[in-house]
Design a protein around this ligand. Sequence first.
Ligand code: SF4
Length: 371
Amino acid sequence: MSFHSVFDLGAIRSEFQAAGISPQFIPSIWKYVLQNPKSEAHGTPSLPSSAYPILISKFRSMTSTLESAVESKDGITTKLLVKLQNGSFVEAVIMKYDPSLGTYDGKPRTGSQRSTVCISSQVGCKMGCKFCATGSMGFKSNLSSGEIVEQLVHALSFSRIRNVVFMGMGEPLNNYSAVVEAIQIMTKVPFQLSPKKITVSTVGIIHNINKLHDDLPNVNLAISLHAPVQDIRCRIMPAARAFPLERLIDALQVYQTKSQQKIFIEYIMLDGVNDEEQHAHQLGKLLGTLQVVVNLIPFNPIGSLSTFTTITEQSTMRFQKILRSIYNIRITAHQQMVQDISGAGGQLVNLSEQRYFGEASLSTDIEDLNI
Ligand code: SF4
C-alpha cells in the first residue's frame, strides 16, 4: 500500500478539508516532522482528534529513504541517492559554500557559510538532450510535491540549506504543478527559504515560463540554452523543436518585464558544436535585449555519452571574452566542484546504479551573483 508524503500539500489539504480540519494545522505537522525525524506525523501534539486517523491511515512523514550519501574528497559536495516509494531512485547534491575557499571574479568570497541543494523533479526525462545522461534514460515518472520536498528534508540532515536549484534529474517545467507546490512549501514555515534563493532551470517550456512569474514570484529562472541558433539547438536538444528559439526569447522578454529579474543562461561548451567565435557572436546578439548571467559549462564526458568532447580552457576564454567585451554580458565560468563523485556539471552519476542525473548544476554559488 502506498502513502502520501505529509509534504504533499494538495493531498493533506484536501483530506483535512473533507474532514473539516483547518489547513492552518499543516505547518505545525511539518515542523514536528522536521524536529522529530524518527517520529511519524501522527505524533504531532495538539491537532484536532479527527486529524490523527487521517495521518495514520494515509500519510507518512517521509515516503522516500536515503540510500546513500557520498561526499567528495574535499568535503564540498555530498551526493544523496534517494529511493522513492515506487522503488525508483533520484539524486540530490549538496554543495557547501565556504567563503574562506577560493575567489569569485578574482576577489575573496564574501558572506557566511551556506549550502545549496540541487534537486530532482522527475525520474528520467523525456527531453532527450544528447549531452545529458538523464536524457538517455527516457522519462519514467513525475515526482510528487512531497517527494521533491523530501529531498530538501534529507539534505537538511547534512547541512543548513539556504539555496535550492532545480537542476537535478528531469525537466521541472514538465512537472509544473508539483514543482510549483513544492516551492510554495519550501518558502513557508518551517522551511522559510527565500524565493530569491530558489532557481528553476528549464530547457524552455514556453507555455509554463509564461505562468511562472504569476505562480512563483521572485524565484530565479535559468534557461538551458546551450546553442545560439535553432538548428544547433535541435541537434543537441531534440525537444527544442517544439520551442523555437525566437519564441523562447520573446517569452523570456515578457517574463523579464514582469519579474524585473536577471535570467541565468546555461551553456554547455561542446567542442566543434557550439563553441566557435561565430557562436559567441550569435549568442551575444540573441541575448542582447535581455539582462542575463551566462554560465559557461565545460562538457564532462562520461562513458557512452562521449560523442562530444570537452573544449580547451583557451576556447572558453576566447568565447567568454567576446561575450563580455563586445556584448557586455555577465559570465560565470564553471567550477567542476563535484567531479570526484562523478557529479560534474551536466551528468551527475548514480554510482551504484549507473543512473544519471541530468541538468547542468549551477556552478557558481548563486549568492555570488547578487541577483
Ligand atoms: S539536460 Fe535537463 S532537460 Fe535535457 S535531458 Fe537532461 S535533465 Fe532533461
